[in-house]
Design a protein around this ligand. Structure first.
Ligand SMILES: O=c1ccn([C@@H]2O[C@H](COP(=O)(O)O)[C@@H](O)[C@H]2O)c(=O)[nH]1
Length: 272
């Protein structure tokens, strides 16, 4: 199914704008899992199974797996999500960006090797670097626009002919690159007013919003500035605050409680 369709359906079916980020850090795993041969997969699978009915998407961050030589665990995890929780889209957070001929290999990596439904990309190399992804019309192409980190403004806020660069990025993607209706943008929860500026330019385009939880973003402000008229349009992503909500044998239940609390908090502000 097309990424945008499965996202719409997951928003509605689970009544949720929550995206759970899968960022395994073995030092934070509960003691009973640490040192186990397949701990990364076991940990992430337990989180996925405990939260799948509460989310609109999962977002594994590739560096967390690659740094641990756990790419095989990532492949199996995404296959597990598709088999056990069909209809919940998987966003591979890889932030790729390279010349077109190399980009083609990143397309194969994200969609054919890992089986992701969408991938995050850096638009800085321009349209030809993104075109091979845009051509996969059934897959989501999620481009960095206004990132959540403190240094995000170093370049993204620079004046670019009377508007900040991040708004030029939003404008170009919405008006020129989104010919297959498969684009979305990353806009951090830590900059809610900028998020609102992006929303005013891109209409109902989905926005992936990291920065809630460990980075301190404000849920109410994100909804106020970022929701669409129907109270959706957002994938509000949280990783550490959900994954490491507990560190005992009941860690997956603690993650479920944290995901449910986030979903309920978001829903209080969705239709206000
Ligand atoms: O602007 C961005 C883009 C991506 N991220 C990623 O999201 C998660 C955030 O993790 P938390 O634990 O919820 O803070 C992480 O994988 C980042 O690489 C981002 O934070 N900001």
């Amino acid at each position: 199914m097309h990424f945008m369709q499965s996202l719409q359906q997951a928003w509605a079916r689970n009544d949720s704008l929550v995206c759970v980020g899968l960022d395994p850090e073995p030092a934070k795993f509960p003691v009973h899992l640490r040192g186990k041969p397949d701990a990364v997969f076991e940990f992430c699978r337990a989180i996925v199974d405990a939260t799948a009915d509460l989310v609109c998407a999962f977002k594994p961050q590739i560096a967390h797996f690659a740094a641990l030589r756990a790419e095989d665990a990532l492949e199996r995890l995404i296959a597990h999500i598709h088999q056990q929780h069909p209809g919940v889209p998987v966003i591979l957070d890889a932030k790729r960006g390279d010349i077109g001929s190399t980009a083609q290999h990143y397309v194969t990596e994200a969609f054919d090797r890992y089986g992701a439904d969408a991938v995050t990309l850096n638009p800085y190399l321009g349209r030809d670097s993104v075109q091979p992804f845009l051509d996969r019309a059934d897959k989501g192409v999620i481009l960095l626009c206004r990132t959540s980190n403190p240094g995000g403004a170093d370049f993204q806020a620079l004046d670019c002919g009377g508007a900040p660069l991040y708004l030029r990025v939003a404008e170009t993607i919405a008006r020129e690159w989104n010919t297959n209706d498969n684009c979305a943008l990353v806009t951090g929860a830590t900059w809610p007013e900028e998020l609102g500026n992006v929303r005013s330019i891109v209409g109902d385009m989905p926005l992936l919003v990291p920065g809630i939880g460990a980075q301190g973003g404000d849920v109410e402000a994100v909804l106020r500035h970022g929701r669409t008229r129907d109270g959706s349009g957002l994938l509000i992503s949280s990783s550490r605050a959900i994954l490491y909500a507990g560190n005992g044998e009941d860690f997956a239940e603690a993650a479920r409680t944290a995901a449910q609390e986030l979903r309920d908090t978001i829903n209080r502000y969705r239709h206000g």
